[in-house]
Ligand binder design. Sequence first.
Ligand SMILES: [Zn+2]
Length: 198
Amino acid sequence: MDACGLSPKMKDYINRVVAFHASPAPGVLIGSFMVDLALELLGVAPGEKLFGICETPKCAPDALQVIANITTGNNRLRVIPIGKFAVTVNTATTNPTAEAVRVYIDLKKLKQYPIIDTWYANSPAFNKSTMEIPLQEEIFRAGRNILSSEHVRVSAAPKQKWKSVTCPYCGDIIPDYLFENDRCGGCGSMKYYEKISG
Ligand SMILES: [Zn+2]
């Protein structure tokens, strides 16, 4: 990374996101450049109250979480599993919609970076054992040169008011807007475990 001419700010972003993600995955590195560009285009600094949408559950959400404090837990991160490597960021608003910046990997620009191109397409030509380090180097060299951006409008639904309701099947309480017909999601469509004894 030192040899790649990255700014101290980008190095700091990448180091923190890699530590959080627990590996220097290519998507984490590219995601860091994406969030940096989105913040710059919005004219905001990390620490401001921001909202984000990530179009893949892989890697990129961690860059939003670490760099921009757009997290699952603070409910400012939406992950929509479209399968594109793109993030959209907006500032807080009381309006029903917000103007946002969408940053994405631009396939046309990717043609100048054949290793990233091969990796991104999940091509059989990408050999992880021999190309992992060259891929990292190419990502550092490319930086934001493989990205494009656009101004978009997104919904910015205000916080919902809610009251608690009791599920007749498990006896737990949940917010009313999550109730499914006559039961909670855990007793309904989101049931994900079976009890085992012992
Ligand atoms: Zn229930």
